[in-house]
Design a protein around this ligand. Sequence first.
Ligand code: AMP
Ligand code: MG
Length: 321
Amino acid sequence: MRERSTTADTAEAIACAANLLRLGELVAFPTETVYGLGGDAANDAAVAAIFEAKGRPRFNPLIVHLPGLPEAEPLSVFDQRAREVAARFWPGPLTLVLPRRPGCPVSLLASAGLDTLALRVPAHPIAQVLLRAIGRPVVAPSANRSGRVSPTTAAHVTAELGDRVAMVLDGGACEVGLESTVLDLTDTRPVLLRPGGVPFEALEAALGEIELAPPNDDATPHSPGRLPSHYAPGLPVRLDATSARPGEALLAFGTTAPEGFAEILWLSRAGELREASANLFAMLRQLDRPEFAGIAVMPIPETGLGRAINDRLRRAAAPRR
Ligand code: AMP
Ligand code: MG
Protein backbone atom coordinates (compact mmCIF):
# COMPACT_ATOMS: atom_id res chain seq x y z
CA MET A 1 0.00 0.00 0.00
CA ARG A 2 1.32 3.43 -0.94
CA GLU A 3 -0.89 5.81 0.89
CA ARG A 4 0.32 9.35 0.65
CA SER A 5 -1.24 12.34 2.28
CA THR A 6 -0.40 15.67 3.79
CA THR A 7 -3.21 15.67 6.32
CA ALA A 8 -3.49 17.86 9.37
CA ASP A 9 -2.54 16.62 12.80
CA THR A 10 -5.68 14.64 13.43
CA ALA A 11 -5.65 11.70 15.79
CA GLU A 12 -6.74 9.55 12.87
CA ALA A 13 -3.77 10.55 10.71
CA ILE A 14 -1.37 9.85 13.58
CA ALA A 15 -2.94 6.43 14.22
CA CYS A 16 -2.59 5.66 10.51
CA ALA A 17 1.06 6.77 10.59
CA ALA A 18 1.73 4.51 13.60
CA ASN A 19 0.22 1.55 11.72
CA LEU A 20 2.33 2.24 8.66
CA LEU A 21 5.47 2.39 10.82
CA ARG A 22 4.54 -0.92 12.45
CA LEU A 23 4.23 -2.42 8.96
CA GLY A 24 7.77 -1.33 8.15
CA GLU A 25 6.82 1.69 6.02
CA LEU A 26 8.50 5.10 6.26
CA VAL A 27 6.56 8.07 7.60
CA ALA A 28 7.76 11.68 7.76
CA PHE A 29 6.68 13.59 10.85
CA PRO A 30 7.29 17.00 12.42
CA THR A 31 9.52 17.54 15.43
CA GLU A 32 10.39 20.87 17.02
CA THR A 33 13.80 20.74 15.28
CA VAL A 34 13.17 19.62 11.66
CA TYR A 35 10.94 17.04 9.92
CA GLY A 36 12.11 13.46 10.51
CA LEU A 37 12.04 10.49 8.14
CA GLY A 38 10.73 7.86 10.56
CA GLY A 39 11.04 4.09 10.49
CA ASP A 40 10.76 1.22 13.00
CA ALA A 41 14.19 1.17 14.65
CA ALA A 42 14.07 -2.60 15.21
CA ASN A 43 13.19 -3.40 11.59
CA ASP A 44 16.37 -3.87 9.50
CA ALA A 45 14.46 -3.47 6.21
CA ALA A 46 12.84 -0.20 7.33
CA VAL A 47 16.19 1.13 8.53
CA ALA A 48 17.85 0.13 5.25
CA ALA A 49 15.03 1.90 3.37
CA ILE A 50 15.82 5.12 5.27
CA PHE A 51 19.50 5.03 4.25
CA GLU A 52 18.41 4.26 0.70
CA ALA A 53 15.75 7.02 0.49
CA LYS A 54 18.18 9.63 1.83
CA GLY A 55 21.22 8.36 -0.07
CA ARG A 56 22.87 8.45 3.36
CA PRO A 57 26.29 6.83 3.87
CA ARG A 58 25.90 3.66 5.95
CA PHE A 59 28.59 4.79 8.40
CA ASN A 60 26.43 7.72 9.54
CA PRO A 61 24.23 6.35 12.36
CA LEU A 62 20.64 7.41 13.07
CA ILE A 63 19.07 8.95 16.15
CA VAL A 64 16.52 6.81 18.01
CA HIS A 65 13.36 8.67 19.05
CA LEU A 66 11.33 7.82 22.14
CA PRO A 67 8.37 9.47 23.89
CA GLY A 68 10.13 9.72 27.27
CA LEU A 69 12.98 8.69 29.55
CA PRO A 70 11.19 5.50 30.77
CA GLU A 71 11.05 4.27 27.16
CA ALA A 72 14.71 5.22 26.55
CA GLU A 73 16.18 3.55 29.65
CA PRO A 74 15.78 -0.08 28.51
CA LEU A 75 17.85 0.67 25.36
CA SER A 76 20.93 2.35 26.82
CA VAL A 77 22.90 2.54 30.05
CA PHE A 78 21.93 5.74 31.87
CA ASP A 79 24.16 6.68 34.77
CA GLN A 80 23.06 9.29 37.33
CA ARG A 81 24.48 12.14 35.24
CA ALA A 82 22.68 11.01 32.07
CA ARG A 83 19.41 10.65 33.98
CA GLU A 84 19.76 14.18 35.36
CA VAL A 85 20.52 15.69 31.95
CA ALA A 86 17.57 13.81 30.43
CA ALA A 87 15.27 14.98 33.22
CA ARG A 88 16.41 18.57 32.69
CA PHE A 89 16.33 18.76 28.84
CA TRP A 90 13.83 16.12 27.68
CA PRO A 91 11.52 16.44 25.92
CA GLY A 92 13.51 18.83 23.77
CA PRO A 93 16.17 19.30 21.09
CA LEU A 94 18.93 17.31 22.84
CA THR A 95 20.32 13.95 21.68
CA LEU A 96 22.35 11.86 24.15
CA VAL A 97 24.93 9.30 23.02
CA LEU A 98 25.11 6.48 25.58
CA PRO A 99 26.36 2.87 25.75
CA ARG A 100 23.97 0.42 24.14
CA ARG A 101 22.45 -2.17 26.49
CA PRO A 102 22.94 -5.85 25.68
CA GLY A 103 19.77 -7.19 24.05
CA CYS A 104 18.73 -3.74 22.84
CA PRO A 105 16.32 -4.33 19.93
CA VAL A 106 17.52 -1.38 17.83
CA SER A 107 18.90 -2.53 14.45
CA LEU A 108 22.72 -2.52 14.34
CA LEU A 109 22.41 -0.94 10.92
CA ALA A 110 20.76 2.08 12.59
CA SER A 111 23.75 2.63 14.88
CA ALA A 112 26.25 1.79 12.12
CA GLY A 113 27.53 -1.13 14.19
CA LEU A 114 28.63 1.09 17.10
CA ASP A 115 28.26 -0.06 20.70
CA THR A 116 26.56 3.25 21.53
CA LEU A 117 23.15 4.71 20.72
CA ALA A 118 22.01 8.27 20.07
CA LEU A 119 18.69 8.90 21.83
CA ARG A 120 16.23 11.77 21.72
CA VAL A 121 12.83 12.63 23.13
CA PRO A 122 11.20 15.24 20.87
CA ALA A 123 8.79 17.76 22.37
CA HIS A 124 6.56 18.32 19.34
CA PRO A 125 3.00 17.22 20.22
CA ILE A 126 2.56 15.24 16.97
CA ALA A 127 5.87 13.44 17.48
CA GLN A 128 4.91 12.71 21.09
CA VAL A 129 1.49 11.24 20.19
CA LEU A 130 2.98 9.25 17.30
CA LEU A 131 5.82 7.78 19.39
CA ARG A 132 3.39 6.79 22.17
CA ALA A 133 1.00 5.28 19.61
CA ILE A 134 3.62 3.08 17.96
CA GLY A 135 5.10 2.02 21.30
CA ARG A 136 8.48 1.16 19.74
CA PRO A 137 11.72 3.06 19.15
CA VAL A 138 11.66 5.05 15.90
CA VAL A 139 14.75 6.15 13.98
CA ALA A 140 14.26 9.49 12.27
CA PRO A 141 17.02 11.38 10.50
CA SER A 142 16.07 14.63 8.82
CA ALA A 143 13.67 13.99 5.91
CA ASN A 144 15.93 15.26 3.12
CA ARG A 145 18.44 13.78 0.67
CA SER A 146 21.76 13.32 2.44
CA GLY A 147 23.95 16.41 2.39
CA ARG A 148 21.14 18.80 1.49
CA VAL A 149 19.18 21.40 3.43
CA SER A 150 16.96 19.98 6.20
CA PRO A 151 13.15 20.30 5.85
CA THR A 152 11.24 22.56 8.21
CA THR A 153 7.80 22.21 6.56
CA ALA A 154 5.80 19.26 5.22
CA ALA A 155 6.01 20.81 1.74
CA HIS A 156 9.84 20.62 1.86
CA VAL A 157 9.57 16.88 2.60
CA THR A 158 7.03 16.23 -0.14
CA ALA A 159 9.14 18.10 -2.69
CA GLU A 160 12.28 16.11 -1.89
CA LEU A 161 11.17 12.67 -0.68
CA GLY A 162 7.44 12.58 -1.47
CA ASP A 163 7.73 9.42 -3.58
CA ARG A 164 9.80 7.62 -0.91
CA VAL A 165 7.43 7.87 2.06
CA ALA A 166 4.08 6.25 2.77
CA MET A 167 2.83 9.38 4.52
CA VAL A 168 3.82 12.88 5.58
CA LEU A 169 2.26 14.19 8.80
CA ASP A 170 1.87 17.95 8.49
CA GLY A 171 2.51 19.90 11.68
CA GLY A 172 3.27 23.28 10.09
CA ALA A 173 6.65 24.99 10.35
CA CYS A 174 9.18 23.66 12.89
CA GLU A 175 9.66 25.95 15.87
CA VAL A 176 13.41 25.48 16.44
CA GLY A 177 14.33 24.90 12.78
CA LEU A 178 17.80 23.42 13.49
CA GLU A 179 18.70 19.86 14.42
CA SER A 180 19.19 18.66 17.98
CA THR A 181 22.35 19.24 19.98
CA VAL A 182 24.26 15.92 20.15
CA LEU A 183 26.04 15.29 23.46
CA ASP A 184 28.23 12.25 24.05
CA LEU A 185 27.99 11.01 27.64
CA THR A 186 29.80 7.69 27.17
CA ASP A 187 32.95 9.01 28.86
CA THR A 188 33.70 10.83 32.12
CA ARG A 189 34.09 14.10 30.25
CA PRO A 190 30.99 15.07 28.22
CA VAL A 191 31.69 15.84 24.56
CA LEU A 192 29.65 18.09 22.26
CA LEU A 193 29.36 16.25 18.93
CA ARG A 194 27.01 18.72 17.25
CA PRO A 195 25.75 22.14 18.32
CA GLY A 196 21.98 22.42 17.97
CA GLY A 197 18.67 23.47 19.47
CA VAL A 198 19.86 23.34 23.09
CA PRO A 199 22.53 26.05 23.46
CA PHE A 200 25.99 24.94 24.60
CA GLU A 201 25.85 27.48 27.44
CA ALA A 202 22.74 25.82 28.89
CA LEU A 203 24.47 22.42 28.84
CA GLU A 204 27.61 23.77 30.50
CA ALA A 205 25.50 25.41 33.19
CA ALA A 206 24.00 21.98 33.93
CA LEU A 207 27.07 19.77 33.46
CA GLY A 208 30.19 21.85 33.97
CA GLU A 209 32.96 21.80 31.39
CA ILE A 210 32.13 20.17 28.06
CA GLU A 211 34.72 19.16 25.49
CA LEU A 212 34.23 20.20 21.89
CA ALA A 213 34.65 17.47 19.29
CA PRO A 214 37.32 18.43 16.75
CA PRO A 215 35.77 20.48 13.91
CA ASN A 216 36.35 17.92 11.17
CA ASP A 217 36.51 14.36 12.42
CA ASP A 218 35.42 12.72 9.22
CA ALA A 219 37.82 9.88 9.92
CA THR A 220 37.04 9.32 13.61
CA PRO A 221 34.50 6.64 14.38
CA HIS A 222 33.48 8.64 17.48
CA SER A 223 30.98 10.80 15.61
CA PRO A 224 30.76 9.40 12.12
CA GLY A 225 28.19 11.79 10.71
CA ARG A 226 29.99 15.08 11.00
CA LEU A 227 30.78 15.60 7.36
CA PRO A 228 32.35 18.91 6.38
CA SER A 229 29.90 19.49 3.51
CA HIS A 230 26.28 19.18 4.61
CA TYR A 231 23.07 21.25 4.68
CA ALA A 232 24.09 22.46 1.23
CA PRO A 233 21.76 24.24 -1.20
CA GLY A 234 22.49 23.98 -4.93
CA LEU A 235 24.05 27.46 -5.05
CA PRO A 236 27.41 28.29 -3.49
CA VAL A 237 27.19 29.88 -0.03
CA ARG A 238 29.46 32.75 1.11
CA LEU A 239 29.77 33.56 4.82
CA ASP A 240 30.38 36.77 6.78
CA ALA A 241 29.33 38.93 3.82
CA THR A 242 29.70 42.67 4.37
CA SER A 243 29.26 43.75 0.73
CA ALA A 244 27.54 42.44 -2.41
CA ARG A 245 29.05 40.48 -5.29
CA PRO A 246 27.33 40.46 -8.71
CA GLY A 247 24.10 38.46 -8.85
CA GLU A 248 24.17 37.29 -5.23
CA ALA A 249 21.16 36.98 -2.94
CA LEU A 250 21.56 37.80 0.75
CA LEU A 251 20.46 36.30 4.05
CA ALA A 252 20.48 39.34 6.33
CA PHE A 253 20.71 39.53 10.12
CA GLY A 254 20.11 42.68 12.13
CA THR A 255 18.65 46.09 11.39
CA THR A 256 20.67 47.08 8.32
CA ALA A 257 22.01 45.17 5.33
CA PRO A 258 24.64 46.10 2.72
CA GLU A 259 23.23 47.27 -0.62
CA GLY A 260 23.51 45.80 -4.11
CA PHE A 261 22.11 42.29 -3.61
CA ALA A 262 19.67 40.82 -6.15
CA GLU A 263 17.33 39.80 -3.32
CA ILE A 264 17.39 39.99 0.47
CA LEU A 265 15.65 37.75 2.99
CA TRP A 266 15.89 38.65 6.67
CA LEU A 267 16.80 35.81 9.04
CA SER A 268 15.89 38.24 11.81
CA ARG A 269 15.60 42.01 11.58
CA ALA A 270 15.57 42.19 15.37
CA GLY A 271 18.85 40.24 15.47
CA GLU A 272 17.18 37.40 17.39
CA LEU A 273 18.98 34.08 17.12
CA ARG A 274 15.83 32.06 17.86
CA GLU A 275 14.01 33.70 14.96
CA ALA A 276 17.05 33.28 12.70
CA SER A 277 17.27 29.53 13.51
CA ALA A 278 13.62 29.00 12.70
CA ASN A 279 14.07 30.79 9.35
CA LEU A 280 17.49 29.50 8.30
CA PHE A 281 16.73 26.33 6.31
CA ALA A 282 13.48 27.59 4.76
CA MET A 283 15.20 30.78 3.57
CA LEU A 284 18.21 28.88 2.19
CA ARG A 285 15.71 26.88 0.12
CA GLN A 286 13.84 30.02 -0.93
CA LEU A 287 17.00 31.66 -2.26
CA ASP A 288 18.31 28.51 -3.94
CA ARG A 289 17.29 29.63 -7.44
CA PRO A 290 19.35 29.52 -10.67
CA GLU A 291 18.76 33.24 -11.28
CA PHE A 292 21.21 34.01 -8.46
CA ALA A 293 24.98 33.58 -8.60
CA GLY A 294 25.17 32.51 -4.96
CA ILE A 295 23.82 33.02 -1.45
CA ALA A 296 25.72 35.40 0.82
CA VAL A 297 25.09 35.44 4.56
CA MET A 298 25.80 38.29 6.98
CA PRO A 299 27.85 37.53 10.13
CA ILE A 300 25.94 35.77 12.92
CA PRO A 301 27.18 36.00 16.53
CA GLU A 302 28.82 32.79 17.81
CA THR A 303 26.76 32.59 21.04
CA GLY A 304 23.69 30.60 22.10
CA LEU A 305 21.87 29.26 19.04
CA GLY A 306 24.33 31.24 16.89
CA ARG A 307 26.84 28.44 17.41
CA ALA A 308 24.48 25.95 15.74
CA ILE A 309 23.49 28.41 12.99
CA ASN A 310 27.16 29.04 12.15
CA ASP A 311 27.93 25.31 12.24
CA ARG A 312 25.21 24.66 9.63
CA LEU A 313 26.30 27.64 7.53
CA ARG A 314 29.97 26.59 7.56
CA ARG A 315 28.97 23.15 6.28
CA ALA A 316 26.63 24.69 3.70
CA ALA A 317 29.58 26.80 2.50
CA ALA A 318 32.18 23.98 2.63
CA PRO A 319 33.62 22.53 -0.60
CA ARG A 320 31.02 20.06 -1.89
CA ARG A 321 31.52 16.30 -1.76
P1 AMP B 1 20.89 13.35 11.67
O1 AMP B 1 20.14 12.08 11.78
O2 AMP B 1 21.18 13.75 10.28
O3 AMP B 1 20.31 14.43 12.53
O4 AMP B 1 22.34 13.07 12.29
C1 AMP B 1 22.49 12.40 13.50
C2 AMP B 1 23.81 12.75 14.06
O5 AMP B 1 24.00 11.99 15.25
C3 AMP B 1 24.96 12.42 13.12
O6 AMP B 1 25.93 13.45 13.19
C4 AMP B 1 25.50 11.13 13.69
O7 AMP B 1 26.85 10.90 13.42
C5 AMP B 1 25.26 11.32 15.16
N1 AMP B 1 25.14 10.03 15.84
C6 AMP B 1 24.14 9.14 15.75
N2 AMP B 1 24.41 8.04 16.47
C7 AMP B 1 25.61 8.24 17.05
C8 AMP B 1 26.43 7.47 17.91
N3 AMP B 1 26.06 6.27 18.35
N4 AMP B 1 27.62 8.01 18.28
C9 AMP B 1 28.00 9.22 17.86
N5 AMP B 1 27.27 10.00 17.03
C10 AMP B 1 26.09 9.52 16.64
MG1 MG C 1 20.28 15.49 8.63
